[in-house]
Design a binder for this molecule. Structure first.
Ligand SMILES: [Zn+2]
Length: 409
């Protein structure tokens, strides 16, 4: 790093030391982002029928912007993002059926964006099968994927990722709160379009215990594997093992499972309905969702006199990766991430965690957890196509290793 880059980082650290508590501070980052609201285009919710083939996007988390027939056996779905420029997360989700049994070639056209996700199929919206690589083609540079589908009268969901919409977050928090007396559920506030931003307070701590971890997820709508990892991680903290009970006696756990419910339900590629990547808004909180969560979290931590040790933000990207703080950032649990990742590696066969530290250069949650609370901020990234049983296994191990480390501290 040269000195020109170093100067603003030193300045930023100086700012951070003076504001690690009370109300949300605002922060200057070396690479600022303009997160003022931008226009988005809503997809039209509708259904189409050509030659006995029916397609629709009339369900939560759907994304389909058009449909047409190309020839006797080929049909095309058009998909476009909520606005541009945007991260290349070419998310699609629609439902298709045919009046008669037939094989078709279904093209998905992404409006000058590359194909990204392995298509997943489901008849019931709950049980999913990823398409085999022999069942679809993507031509480099064509912005088109071609899926070979067998259709019949049963509606078939074709989706970039499994459908886990805001109703899933609600069902999940309801079921946890109703089955554990030590969990309180609340609404932190509303999204820009009025959806609830849910919050769980997991509190079985003994009198006087103030240590706390914060878990957030789903700022980015298509990042379903990260959201699944978050659920498995939290559920491991709630079980009846000695380790979990001991951890809960000494640590408060705050969970915000879905920060961008509008973007999720509307099938967005990346942004909220303000047209902004929420994970660039952790400086001035110009978007409703970021502001709601930050205000709620900071006030809650202050009111309960908590000390946030770790802030974990669950995402997914092309591969499993951990975005961590650089070693010059001395959090309340300095050294945590190195020992934690070593523990995860030890506990899993043939797995080597990909640690990608970078400094506090952008207004993202990882940096904010450190600046606001002095916490160890970590972005937990799961691969888009990481096998779901491994997503689960690794999340459970990650929860165990975190608990061991913090209980023994
Ligand atoms: Zn993400």
């Amino acid at each position: 790093m040269n000195l020109i880059n170093k100067a603003p980082l030193l300045l930023l650290l100086a700012v951070s030391v003076s504001c690690t508590s009370t109300k949300p501070s605002t922060f200057e980052y070396p690479t600022p982002e303009d997160t003022s609201t931008r226009e988005i285009t809503d997809q039209i919710k509708t259904s189409y029928r050509f030659d006995g083939v029916y397609v629709d996007n009339q369900f939560d988390c759907a994304r389909m912007n058009g449909f047409r027939q190309i020839n006797d056996t080929t049909f095309r779905v058009m998909v476009s993002p909520e606005n541009t420029p945007i991260n290349e997360s070419a998310y699609f989700s629609f439902r298709i059926r045919s009046e008669r049994h037939r094989k078709i070639d279904l093209e998905i056209e992404y409006a000058e964006h590359p194909h990204r996700y392995v298509p997943k199929l489901s008849y019931d919206g709950r049980n999913w099968t990823a398409m085999d690589s022999t069942e679809f083609d993507t031509l480099k540079g064509s912005f088109l994927a071609t899926l070979r589908l067998r259709l019949d009268e049963r509606p078939l969901f074709v989706s970039a990722q499994e459908l886990m919409c805001s109703d899933n977050a609600r069902e999940w928090t309801d079921s946890l709160a109703s089955s554990h007396a030590f969990i309180s559920q609340a609404v932190a506030g509303q999204s820009k379009r009025g959806r609830d931003i849910l919050f769980l307070d997991i509190n079985e701590t003994a009198e006087g215990e103030k240590d706390c971890i914060v878990i957030i997820s789903r700022m980015h709508p298509p990042e379903v594997p990260g959201y699944m990892a978050m659920q498995h991680f939290v559920e491991r903290l709630l079980d009846d093992s000695r380790l979990s009970k001991s951890f809960r006696k000494s640590h408060r756990i705050l969970v915000y499972p879905m920060l961008n419910p509008d973007g999720v339900d509307l099938g967005h590629w990346r942004h909220n309905t303000g047209g902004i990547d929420l994970n660039r808004d952790w400086a001035y909180y110009r978007q409703e969702e970021t502001k709601v969560v930050v205000d709620h979290m900071v006030q809650f931590v202050k009111k309960e006199k908590l000390k946030v040790l770790v802030g974990l933000d669950f995402h997914s990207t092309q591969e499993d990766i951990y975005y961590t703080l650089t070693n010059n950032r001395k959090s309340h649990v300095y050294g945590f991430k190195d020992i934690w990742l070593e523990g995860i590696e030890r506990s899993l066969d043939d797995y080597s965690p990909n640690d990608a530290p970078f400094d506090l250069d952008q207004p993202i949650s990882k940096a904010w957890f450190y600046l606001q609370f002095g916490a160890e901020g970590i972005t937990y990234e799961v691969g888009d196509e990481t096998p779901r049983n491994f997503v689960r296994q690794k999340a459970i191990v990650a929860a165990e290793e975190m608990m061991k480390l913090l209980v023994l501290r």
